[in-house]
Design a binder for this molecule. Structure first.
Ligand SMILES: NC(=O)c1ccc[n+]([C@@H]2O[C@H](COP(=O)([O-])OP(=O)(O)OC[C@H]3O[C@@H](n4cnc5c(N)ncnc54)[C@H](OP(=O)(O)O)[C@@H]3O)[C@@H](O)[C@H]2O)c1
Length: 271
């Protein structure tokens, strides 16, 4: 195998251990060849990758192992008494509503169908013994739904907002072929609803100095996706809005932090 460039674990550890020596050696003399410059770039690149990997391991432990070990899951209630979940009657939203109720939070459910809302909120109250309320709202209708939501929300101690409601086309499609109505529907549900809900709850959270906003986005937000053009783009916007708002709020209160959480299977970003 000699000369084939195949590294064993010992070679790898040796290579990593020699990084500081290589680095200080490289720094101490003038570079005469491209090879030396490339070696230094390579060292920095490996260090950057290692740092990222270690940070990823740290985040993983902090998110999934520490709460389990310290039984810290109850800390969710410290955010506030109520959690709002949009699109709470099916799929990921319903799971969020149930999980938050399991941790003792009262749930405010928002979606279109009164029958489904009634059924899910009754089931949550019966199973977890928490309070529930619901608002019938069709986010695709635009601006009209928010005054009612604001009226209800202003009277509650909202600790967590889960921006979950979101639409995709019936099947992947070229952007120009997506019907105009569908374009507006997707913009209203995926962008406007998430942005407006954050806009409604944030002042209360900032005043109380606690709160969390969870944005359920998609892996498609990581890059432009041609056959999902609009859907993928809508999933980026809310991350930018909350990041910028969160950074600003953090700069003045230090109580609201921004975190990103990437979960596989069904994927989320979390602020
Ligand atoms: N499923 C996936 O594989 C996947 C992958 C990545 C990301 N996501 C994201 O995860 C989120 C949830 O997806 P899901 O598949 O769990 O959804 P889902 O099963 O289709 O459930 C959608 C929920 O939203 C509500 N809803 C639909 N249109 C609405 C509107 N115009 N106004 C208000 N509420 C509305 C529905 O209730 P009503 O019908 O009663 O209104 C239902 O409660 C979405 O943001 C999606 O983009 C999903």
């Amino acid at each position: 195998m000699e000369g084939l460039g195949i590294f064993g674990a010992t070679d790898m550890i040796g290579a990593v251990a020699s990084i500081p020596a290589l680095l200080s050696g490289a720094m101490s003399h003038v570079y005469y060849s491209y090879t030396e410059i490339l070696a230094v770039v390579g060292v920095f690149y490996i260090m950057w990758k290692m740092f990222n990997f270690l940070y990823f391991c740290y985040t993983l432990i902090q998110l999934h192992v520490t709460p389990w070990l310290l039984n810290k899951t109850k800390h969710i209630q410290h955010y506030g008494e109520w959690a709002i979940v949009t699109g709470a009657t099916a799929g990921i939203g319903k799971e969020y509503a149930e999980e938050l109720a399991k941790h003792g939070m009262n749930i405010l459910l928002i979606s279109r169908s009164k029958e489904k809302l009634q059924e899910v909120s009754d089931a949550i109250t019966k199973t977890y013994g928490v309070k529930t309320r619901f608002i019938i709202a069709d986010f695709s209708r635009g601006q009209d739904v928010y005054p009612t939501i604001k009226e209800v929300v202003d009277d509650l101690d909202i600790g967590i907002l889960v921006n979950n409601a979101g639409l995709f086309y019936e099947f992947p499609e070229r952007f120009a072929k997506v019907p105009e109505d569908k374009v507006w529907e997707i913009i209203n549900v995926n962008i406007a609803a998430a942005v407006m809900m954050a806009h409604i709850v944030l002042p209360g959270m900032v005043e109380r100095k606690r709160g969390a906003i969870v944005n359920v986005t998609s892996a498609t937000c990581c890059q432009p996706v041609p056959m999902m053009t609009l859907y993928a783009a809508t999933k980026v916007i809310i991350i930018y809005v909350c990041h910028a708002a969160g950074l600003f709020i953090y700069s003045i209160t230090k109580h609201i932090k921004i975190k990103e959480l990437f979960i596989t299977s069904h994927t989320f970003y979390h602020m």
